[in-house]
Design a protein. Sequence first.
Length: 222
Amino acid sequence: MPAMDFFWLPPDPADPLGLVALDRHLPPERLISAYRRGIFPWPDAALTGVIPWVCPPRRAILEVEALHIPRNLRRAGRALATLRFTIDAAFESVIRACAAAPRPGQRGTWITPEMIRAYIELHRLGHAHSVEAWDGDVLVGGLYGVTAGGVFTGESMFHQLSEVSKLCVLRLVEHLASRGATWIDIQQLTPHFALLGAHEINRDEFLRRLAEEQRVDRVLFP
């Protein structure tokens, strides 16, 4: 499905989130258009029924060459060597598990039922993807995100066993690198991703790099 052109306002320089639009709907065409422009929806429980679309002034990315695997994560990988990792085998289960994951200090989850429905549809159309970790037939971790013309934007992850979500990140990086990707958009810098070597760049630099990657238009997933 080709991305439709939507009218996006320039990011508000006074807004720490870089607000570009407010809307009440998440049609797949709008999501595709947004991600290709470095924009993503960020629902807020305080704004009932209204969805902010943002392009933050600072953007966190993980460079493949800068990936750092801490010693404890290497140990976890050895201890959990029997886990099985898949790609796009259980997208709906992953996004629902991410929505249900505990978020200490937050007012619930931003992965609303409408977000779940929208991203499941985006997955059906081939624009959203997941990585899963299995202990036998039990899903014990995973992550999901969106592709935007050759760039993967990570959205959320969960784990039932310690360190499993980070192992899913390693599996994702391995897969994307095999397809020629050199970096991943992770939106916000968290302590977990900082330990893996992620860092922030400003919005202009992010949008420049995003446009460069889109000119190559790599196929990241079959």
